[in-house]
Design a protein around this ligand. Structure first.
Ligand code: NAI
Length: 331
């Protein structure tokens, strides 16, 4: 039998946490043969709710779940974890300045970075979900210098999956037949969902999405804005965040990272930029990646047209500004 993997979920008493922990305990994230021990962290005002989630995990009698740590102590939460999914954060409330929200999250991610660095298992893989996701991940990286930069990522897989979903709806094809969309840049409304290299499996072979959709106005307009603003549309409809799809995407992200992407398929991940595609280096930027043996690699050599170039630059610019704002909160 396999040794259990310890998976940390921060903000576990929240909306996404509640959708995510049962998926992990059922093997959706790491495989149906991989036992897990869940570490759940939240803050003291949510301690009672967190304990309620723990009670439900016990009641669900998940065969793969070998233990549950539910705590408000960040050191206890981080100790020995192999995978850390960072969902906890300070949400933007009405009337709050961007800088105030940034400042709260910078201080959370700075202190959690130290706890992970000191107490997590060596080679722990980190996925930041909480917004501003890219910049929270960058702060985590900066304040956990002994964790390799390649181990720190942020979630843009939800945006990637949303793009697949929009194409499948438009063409009336199975979402599983659509692949290789790309989310570039920031997990914010400046992100660029790119279909220029995306394909659909049809009865007569693999076809480019552009060839099948035959509606460039839609692809260059409504498609992009729908994906960019989908999070807000869900909040408007549900009065709550897109917790189900975010949790599912977090499982997809970790699963593909650990177990590998299928041959010929790439996915989108926010990773520490080396300046590929002339994206700014030194920010967490979403790129197309393939994964093998637990490591991601940016897909190289894709053609970027002029329309795309502008969009890659715009979202990169926003990330550079967010980085500056984050640093200004530190001093
Ligand atoms: P929520 O407000 O329901 O849950 C957040 C939880 O984090 C709360 O239980 C809160 O007590 C906890 N928390 C706050 N500070 C903490 C700290 N210092 N340590 C540990 N826990 C802490 O929010 P929800 O809907 O679950 O969303 C969580 C985050 O995910 C938000 O920042 C949201 O914007 C983001 N998000 C990101 C997506 C992505 O694709 N990257 C998609 C959807 C949401």
């Amino acid at each position: 039998a396999k040794e259990p993997v310890r998976v940390l979920v921060t903000g576990a008493a929240g909306q996404i946490g509640y959708a995510l922990v049962p998926m992990i305990a059922r093997g959706v994230m790491l495989g149906a043969d991989q036992p897990v021990i869940l570490h759940m962290l939240d803050i003291p005002p949510a301690a009672e709710a967190l304990n309620g989630v723990k009670m439900e995990l016990v009641d669900a009698a998940f065969p793969l779940l070998k233990g549950v740590v539910a705590t408000t102590d960040v050191v206890e939460a981080c100790t020995g974890v192999n995978v850390a999914v960072m969902v906890g954060g300070f949400p933007r409330k009405e009337g709050m300045e961007r800088k105030d929200v940034m400042s709260k999250n910078v201080s959370i991610y700075k202190s959690q970075a130290s706890a992970l660095e000191q107490h997590a298992a060596p080679n722990c893989k980190v996925l930041v979900v909480a917004n501003p996701a890219n910049t929270n991940a960058l702060i985590l990286k900066e304040f956990a210098p002994s964790i390799p930069a390649k181990n720190i990522t942020c979630l843009t897989r939800l945006d990637h999956n949303r793009a697949l979903g929009q194409i499948s709806e438009k063409l009336n094809v199975q979402v599983s037949d659509v692949k290789n969309v790309i989310i570039w840049g920031n997990h914010s409304s400046s992100q660029y969902p790119d279909v220029n290299h995306a394909t659909v499996m049809t009865p007569s072979g693999e076809k480019p999405v552009r060839e099948l959709v035959k509606d460039d106005a839609w692809l260059n307009g409504e498609f992009i804005t729908t994906v960019q603003q989908r999070g807000a549309a869900i909040i408007k409809a549900r009065k709550l965040s897109s917790a189900l799809s975010a949790a599912s995407a977090a499982c997809d992200h970790i699963r593909d990272w650990v177990l590998g992407t299928p041959e010929g398929t790439w996915v989108s991940m926010g990773v520490y930029s080396d300046g590929s595609y002339n994206a700014p280096a030194g920010v967490i930027y979403s790129f197309p990646v393939t994964c093998k043996n637990g490591e991601w690699t940016i897909v190289q050599g894709l053609a970027i047209d002029e329309f795309s170039r502008k969009k890659l630059d715009l979202t990169g610019q926003e990330l550079t500004e967010e980085k500056e704002l984050a640093y200004s909160c530190l001093s």
